[in-house]
Design a protein around this ligand. Structure first.
Ligand code: MN
Length: 413
């Protein structure tokens, strides 16, 4: 029940309440909560009510808020629910609600470290078939550990930021000289990002059973990938410049509290994993029932299902720290491309078009092997919420601009 005029099935209803950072004309960036098509100015309403944590909402990132810890974050979420449901707060709260279209949305998290995993069996085996046709589809370690690599935290950008087509070296032809120039096979990777709260001590690892304490929330994430640059550079140390030019995340971080109903059993792991990757109870090894969509210029090109993923987010976090690497608040790890066995669920154009050999047709009749300048890619999604409601995942969008083209910074809305 709420005094808000918000339909039960409206996007960003009361079962979602994601956090972000916003500003409007002449005001500094601060923490807000998305409610329908409006933003609740948490900094303003907390100050007006002399909330004891008002200071953390006046920051230009979610980091100080996340670091309060799971207990206090849950209390804040309950408090926001009361503000929106109790008519006694209506006058005050309405003064602090602004249209999302009238604000600038900022990168919500000061990203500490960024790691990208490779947790979809279908994606890993498709990439194996395309890039290493002479070898087995999956490398021998794949079922024993969640494979990952360290990405570039400083180039994580908020949804709406233009992406400049990267230049780089490509595999040489018969003359043996690597060609250099703008990537000719720029791709999207539809992923889910996990925002982490810390800190943990150097030398300490996070067991699977304690992962939830550190999982603050979920963003949708586009791991833009230049396949030609990647294919030439990645042996033997893994992805580098083919990935590090930009990684886009949604402006809205959906807290884990909103995703309780979306947690489902994993599809199954065979052979059994080592003890540090096992939970203490079955529910420690959760999958997530997240329904994702990939659009290019508005045309739906794929519908990845996160419940198909082989590795649990809790296992990824346990593996990330098993060597004693410490966590910091603001760490971000991503799942890897979400792909199922059906081609209509492949989360990259590399797979969807089989390295450009089988182009897709967009609604305007044009075809794509990979992305062209001016193309806009949008990832969106939802998860089951309480009582048949839907939790809306924050969308992430970005437009490809050619080399040397002036880029826009933040988007509106
Ligand atoms: Mn990736």
């Amino acid at each position: 029940m709420t005094w808000l005029e918000l339909a039960d099935d409206a996007p960003f209803g009361l079962s979602t309440l994601p956090y972000g950072v916003f500003s409007d004309v002449g005001t500094p960036p601060r923490v807000g909560v998305r409610v329908g098509d409006r933003v609740l100015d948490l900094a303003g309403v907390a100050r007006a009510l002399s909330h004891e944590r008002a200071d953390v909402f006046s920051q230009p990132s979610l980091n100080a808020f996340m670091q309060l810890g799971p207990q206090q974050c849950q209390e804040v979420r309950a408090w926001i629910g009361q503000l929106l449901e109790d008519p006694a707060h209506r006058d005050l709260v309405e003064r602090h609600l602004v249209d999302v279209d009238s604000v600038v949305l900022h990168l919500p998290v000061e990203v500490a470290d960024y790691v990208d995993f490779y947790a979809s069996e279908s994606h890993a085996s498709n990439v194996g078939k395309i890039f290493r046709p002479e070898s087995p589809d999956l490398p021998p370690n794949w079922r024993h550990l969640p494979i990952g690599y360290h990405g570039r935290a400083g180039t994580v950008v908020v949804s709406g930021t233009d992406v400049v087509r990267p230049a780089g070296q490509r595999r040489p032809g018969s003359d043996g000289v690597p060609p250099f120039g703008p990537s000719a096979s720029l791709d999207v990777e539809c992923e889910v990002g996990f925002v982490i709260r810390g800190p943990t001590e150097l030398g300490a690892s996070v067991p699977v059973s304690e992962a939830r304490e550190h999982l603050f929330g979920v963003v949708l994430l586009n791991d833009w990938s230049a396949r030609d640059i990647q294919a030439w550079e990645y042996v033997p140390l893994g992805p580098f410049l083919g990935k590090s030019f930009a990684t886009s995340i949604s402006a809205w971080v959906v807290p884990f509290e909103a995703l309780a109903e979306s947690q489902v059993p994993l599809p199954g792991q065979d052979p059994p994993v080592l003890p540090y990757l096992r939970g203490e109870t079955d529910s420690d090894l959760f999958g997530m029932d997240l329904h994702l969509e990939v659009r290019v210029n508005g045309s739906l090109v794929s519908s990845p299902q996160f419940r198909d993923m082989y590795w649990s987010p809790a296992q990824m976090l346990a593996h990330l720290t098993v060597n004693g690497a410490s966590l910091r608040t603001g760490d971000l790890f991503a799942s890897g491309t979400v792909s199922g066995t059906d081609p209509a669920t492949y989360g990259s154009l590399l797979e969807r078009t089989w390295n450009g050999t089988d182009p897709i047709v967009l609604e305007d009749g044009t075809t794509r092997g990979f992305l062209e300048d001016g193309d806009q890619v949008t990832l969106s999604g939802w998860a089951p919420g309480p009582a048949g409601t839907r939790v809306t995942l924050g969308e992430v969008t970005g437009t490809i601009t050619p080399q040397g083209h002036p880029r826009r910074g933040h988007s509106l809305g």
